[in-house]
Design a protein. Structure first.
Length: 287
């Protein structure tokens, strides 16, 4: 399938193939640390569950990662040097239908002055659907919007989202507020959620500026996962600020779908050839 216009495929390897198919993707790895690094490239297992897209420790293998070959498997890069690697996914002819998950990892390791081994990884997710015919449909439903304030008085808007399709989703979008008191408006404000599994549900919570008045507001939340898009609208109010605000409130946490692992920053870009870039900086000391 041609995914030139699929924004999700510009970040990850996302595809649907028939059993017996071989696909190839190219990635670009760049060393942005201040010293030469030897970088190992390999595929490892991943899964999607209640906590979103989960990375399995070390080089644990699953069915999909066993189908993936990365060439070269190791490369020494000087500072600011980059290399291109070829990812080949060979699906067996007897593969059962279903969606599978893995990660293409680029890993650096070293030993500090205390003989502690430091490991840093950055990776590109793989969402591969296998089966005859066309790609299984993706879809989701968004509940009516609601507003509130946390214990510190900051307003927020929430919406319940349910995956109604046959593929995992990476939801992101924006929230707008309009027709507020005195004609005020606000936004767009980014909204994100962890990867949503098949039949999964999640609450998207969008924190807002505490200076916003109670309302009412006309709210619009636009969400998308690749080509699949939904919009929810409604009227929300935040309610009065609490009399005694708590200084230790931790409820305002935004769910994030991006990937930052072991102090490495992963920067990706998509083009028609599906080139993806991985940048390396100094790995953080092991805890």
């Amino acid at each position: 399938m041609n995914r030139r216009d699929d924004p999700r495929a510009h970040k990850y390897i996302v595809d649907h193939v028939k059993p017996g198919t071989t696909i190839k993707r190219r990635i670009v790895v760049e060393n942005s640390s201040e010293i030469q690094r030897r970088i190992a490239l390999y595929a490892a297992a991943a899964r999607v569950g209640a906590e979103g897209f989960e990375f399995v420790p070390d080089r644990t293998e699953n069915e999909l990662s066993s189908w993936i070959a990365v060439e070269p498997g190791e490369e020494a890069l000087a500072t600011a040097e980059e290399t291109e690697a070829l990812v080949t996914i060979t699906v067996p002819r007897d593969a059962e239908a279903g969606e599978r998950y893995a990660v293409i990892w680029a890993e650096v390791s070293g030993v500090d002055g205390r003989n502690v081994r430091n490991i840093g990884r950055a990776g590109i997710r793989v969402y591969l659907s296998v089966g005859p015919g066309g790609e299984p449909p993706s879809g989701f439903e968004v509940s009516p919007l609601s507003g509130g304030r946390d214990a510190g008085g900051a307003p927020f808007v929430t919406a319940e989202v349910r995956n109604t399709g046959q593929r995992a989703l990476d939801l992101a979008g924006e929230l707008w507020l309009s027709d507020g008191p005195g004609g005020l408006s606000a936004g767009p404000v980014k909204a994100e959620a962890e990867t949503l599994p098949l039949n999964g549900r999640t609450t998207i919570r969008v924190p807002l500026d505490r200076r916003l008045p109670d309302g009412p507001w006309a709210a619009k939340l636009a969400l998308a996962s690749g080509w699949t898009k939904r919009t929810a609208t409604g009227t929300v109010t935040f309610g009065p600020s609490p009399v005694a605000a708590s200084s230790t409130d931790r409820s305002e946490q935004v769910l994030i779908g991006g990937l930052v692992a072991s102090g490495l920053v992963l920067a990706l870009f998509g083009v028609f050839a599906y080139r993806r870039r991985v940048r390396f900086r100094e790995p953080m000391p092991a805890a």
